[in-house]
Ligand binder design. Structure first.
Ligand SMILES: Nc1ncnc2c1ncn2[C@@H]1O[C@H](COP(=O)(O)OP(=O)(O)OP(=O)(O)O)[C@@H](O)[C@H]1O
Length: 348
């Protein structure tokens, strides 16, 4: 079942087009992230869904119903922003009760629902506190609770973790995703943090310049990026220019002939960019006929892995391997590219 259908949405500010004809369906209970650089139109898309901005072209349907005539309060959405936007003069319980009071719910029902949602976000017993008496992570959980307490059909989150420190952000990612699964609510999550988008989402929608560059499962966006720009924006990528060779699917490049997984979309002779993720390349000291020869020119320890820069002819490859480090700067090394993990895209 589709909860949200965005169809050819256009939003302009004066002469500038912030959202340039995007189409996207959100299935019931799906968690989708809008990922892209600053200014690519993520927040504007969210505002159009919420009804804070009138749209210039296209349609937005909630459960098949055009929401254009509906003001924000009638769209049945819950929203969470980066800056929490809690009412500072109200207690936590007061913040949660507010939306229900506006909807004219009876007092006993409000009390029951507020208590239940506070338990859901693991803040049971904190209803009498004021926002200033809570940590950043707790305030963001209150903001989440306030969005959920009205039992919205759709949850819209705009960079909700941006103000939190790295450790708390990690915890909150899991917390939000687990909560979203339990409640089963369709969710659109705006972020420019690719790790956040990858770890939390059913699908990642990569946006550039107001348009969707790719909408797919995180693994697909990483392993089968739609373009060089997506490959560069999501994770690190070695980009090797080449030409599709005749016959069996392979690409002739300065690194030699690179065998590729079958990709029928490119005819022989097409100029392509081969994407090789840093994990798709293995370093070896063994000499094999298929291995490339290179020299380690830099090495960076990250804890979970070691980043190597390897010069192979004129190309510098970024290779990540698990510790312990076996190769020093200046060492000659042999490299093997895993054909199953290479991917070709059209050269821009
Ligand atoms: N109220 C406005 N008036 C004029 N231009 C606007 C307005 N809001 C956004 N824009 C412009 O529209 C474009 C898209 O902005 P938007 O806030 O949607 O980007 P974003 O992807 O959410 O960026 P960020 O990650 O920085 O929040 C930008 O070029 C921005 O300057």
């Amino acid at each position: 079942m589709t909860t949200v259908s965005i169809q050819s949405l256009v939003k302009r500010y004066g002469g500038a087009t912030a959202v340039d004809g995007i189409s996207l369906d959100i299935a019931h209970g799906e968690f989708i992230s809008l990922l892209g650089p600053s200014g690519c139109g993520k927040t504007t898309t969210l505002k159009c869904l919420a009804g804070f901005e009138a749209i210039d072209q296209g349609r937005i349907l909630f459960d098949g119903r055009d929401v254009a005539p509906l003001p924000p309060e009638q769209r049945d959405i819950g929203m969470v922003f980066q800056n929490y936007a809690l009412f500072p003069h109200m207690t936590v319980a007061g913040n949660l009760a507010f939306g229900l009071e506006m909807r004219g719910r009876p007092k006993p029902e409000i009390a029951t629902r507020v208590a239940a949602v506070l338990d859901l976000v693991q803040l049971g017993g904190m209803g009498a506190r004021y926002p200033r008496e809570l940590s950043g992570g707790q305030q963001q959980r209150v903001a989440l609770a306030r969005a959920l307490v009205i039992e919205p059909k759709i949850l819209l989150l705009d960079e909700p973790l941006a103000n939190l420190d790295a450790t708390l952000r990690d915890e909150m990612r899991t917390f939000i995703r687990d909560l979203q699964r339990r409640v089963g609510i369709s969710t659109l999550y705006v972020t420019h943090d690719q790790a956040e988008a990858m770890t939390m989402s059913d699908r990642v929608v990569v946006m550039f310049g107001g348009q969707i560059a790719q909408a797919a499962a995180p693994e697909t966006v990483y392993d089968r990026p739609a373009s060089e720009a997506v490959a560069r924006f999501v994770g690190q990528a070695n980009i090797i220019a080449g030409v599709v060779s005749p016959g069996a699917f392979a690409v002739d490049s300065p690194l030699g002939r690179l065998p590729m997984p079958q990709q029928a979309q490119f005819a022989a002779g097409t100029r392509v960019s081969v994407i090789a993720r840093p994990q798709a390349i293995a370093l070896t000291t063994a000499t094999s006929a298929h291995a490339l020869r290179g020299t380690v020119i830099a090495r960076y320890f990250h804890g979970a892995f070691i980043d190597h820069r390897i010069a192979v002819g004129d190309q510098v490859l970024n290779v990540q391997v698990a510790p312990p480090a076996l190769h020093e700067v200046g060492d000659p090394v042999a490299l093997v590219l895993d054909p199953a993990r290479l991917w070709a895209v059209a050269t821009p």
